[in-house]
Ligand binder design. Structure first.
Ligand SMILES: CSC[C@H]1O[C@@H](n2cnc3c(O)ncnc32)[C@H](O)[C@@H]1O
Ligand SMILES: [Zn+2]
Length: 441
């Protein structure tokens, strides 16, 4: 075995993780140079599968698939703590949008670097992002080594001129991301919501997503007001309006989904659309209702998990989000058995991977080697009566010590390359952003 290697982040070789706990069994995981799991065997048989360049002792670790954050605005890390304890519409219109008007591409670069650092530290290997200056978000994500799906946040406010500008911005981003030819970076179309995008805008987004063979990322039925206003304006609930515009597809990730009714849930299942649960944001913005997970599950719709942005969460820790989801579901629907630990892990891994089309989201042969190693020597992993329970209810991101994405190390033994420079760059960008906004007031 090669001991701790200085250049572990630069080596593009095969990896063997020995004696690691997966689903209650001690196994070896073999990873090819191409970044795929090629062996997983409890009898050490995987050792033969590859001549490993790097061997990691996993005997003090639990391995889980990389966590998938299916709804965020990554660069909003710069807005963490800028506006708290407000209702959604006031929060957006009085605080967040006025500050975002001063954002630059460099801000989005540093905010996304900080987001990736935070996500890697807490075990996330893929995220679904909607924001502005997304070419810079993709650049930051590429440097950090994880997976991202990037959508320009499309808002036309029913104005044709704005719609044309958003169409251009979307087309430019999609051709930029595709041009990078990086399998870790993908593009999506990002109509913000039914209350900020006209039916014409939504229809264009649907048509363009289909033409380009990419996903759609949208906020859906977050508040009761959104649903009531949609019915008053269009005579139908948000999912039916989206369906009419072609936006409800197997490539659609719908954030929040708090105010779906049973028929909406059935429509999601029929269309194969994915519902991203964002419980911390929903509770903090007090949107009044939790996603009806039981109705979505009964209907057969895919549910996944997301943090939303750092101005409404206020972190990107998906292990924490799992616990919040599991507790919120039980509490809201008065059902102790709803969203048990194993299912909470499932929506954060396989559910997310399915939503973003990045393999099975499991530790199985043939899957992308997006792997998170969790420290077994922590209080939160002691004792280990039931690993799923420890992970979903006891641990948070601080228990993660090593992360691989596509077979490459992005954190090793709690070291993420460039951390100090990222913290400095992001703090400076956040301070300058607020100063610009204040000077403009
Ligand atoms: C147009 S880019 C995305 C846009 O969405 C804003 N945003 C952040 N959180 C939420 C939320 O919970 N509901 C609706 N919109 C949200 C973000 O600040 C950007 O302006
Ligand atoms: Zn959001």
């Amino acid at each position: 075995m090669r001991e701790i290697i200085d250049d572990i982040f630069d080596i593009e070789g095969s990896v063997l993780i020995t004696g690691v706990l997966v689903g209650g069994k001690q196994v070896d995981i073999a990873i090819s140079e191409a970044g795929t799991i090629v062996g997983i065997d409890e009898k050490n048989g995987a050792r033969d599968a590859v001549e490993a360049e790097i061997v990691v002792d996993g005997s003090e670790s639990i391995a889980i698939p990389g966590l998938v954050n299916t709804h965020t605005h990554a660069a909003m890390t710069l807005l963490r703590g800028y506006a708290d304890d407000m209702p959604l519409q006031d929060w957006l219109t009085q605080k967040i949008w006025p500050l975002e008007a001063h954002l630059t591409g460099d801000d989005v670069y540093w905010g996304t670097k900080l987001a990736c650092l935070e996500m890697i530290r807490s075990g996330t290997t893929a995220f679904n992002d909607m924001y502005f200056f997304m070419d810079r978000a993709a650049e930051a994500t590429d440097e950090m080594g994880i997976r991202g799906t990037f959508a320009h946040g499309f808002i036309d406010l029913s104005m044709e001129e704005k719609r044309e500008a958003e169409i251009k911005a979307t087309e430019t981003l999609v051709s930029h991301i595709k041009g990078l030819g990086n399998p870790r970076l993908t593009a999506a179309v990002g109509p913000h919501a039914v209350y900020t995008v006209s039916p014409d805008g939504l229809s264009w987004c649907a048509g363009y997503a289909k033409e380009q063979d990419i996903g759609i990322h949208i906020h859906v039925s977050e508040t009761e007001k959104e649903v009531v206003d949609c019915v008053a304006q269009y005579g139908k609930r948000p999912p039916a309006l989206l369906d009419e515009c072609g936006c409800l597809t197997p490539r659609t990730v719908a954030a929040h989904c708090c105010w779906l009714d049973e028929a909406d849930c059935r429509l999601f299942a029929e269309r194969g659309a994915h519902a991203s649960h964002n419980p911390a944001s929903n509770m903090k913005l007090a949107v009044g209702r939790a996603m009806p997970y039981h109705h979505l599950k009964d209907a057969g719709a895919n549910v996944c998990l997301g943090t939303d942005g750092c101005a409404s969460n206020n972190n990107l820790d998906m292990l924490e989000e799992m616990k919040i989801a599991a507790l919120l579901q039980k509490f809201s629907w008065n059902t102790q058995t709803l969203l048990p630990a194993g299912e909470a892990i499932g929506i954060a891994t396989a559910g997310g991977a399915r939503a973003l089309g990045i393999g099975p989201g499991t530790l199985t042969v043939g899957a992308p080697a997006d792997i998170v190693l969790i420290d077994r020597r922590k209080a939160c992993t002691t004792p280990l009566h039931n690993t799923d329970s420890n992970l979903a209810y006891a641990c948070n991101g601080s228990a993660v010590h090593t992360v691989l994405c596509s077979g490459r190390f992005v954190m090793y033994d709690r070291v993420v390359p460039g951390e100090a420079a990222i913290l400095k760059g992001a703090a400076q960008a956040a301070a300058a952003l607020v100063q610009r906004a204040e000077e403009a007031e």
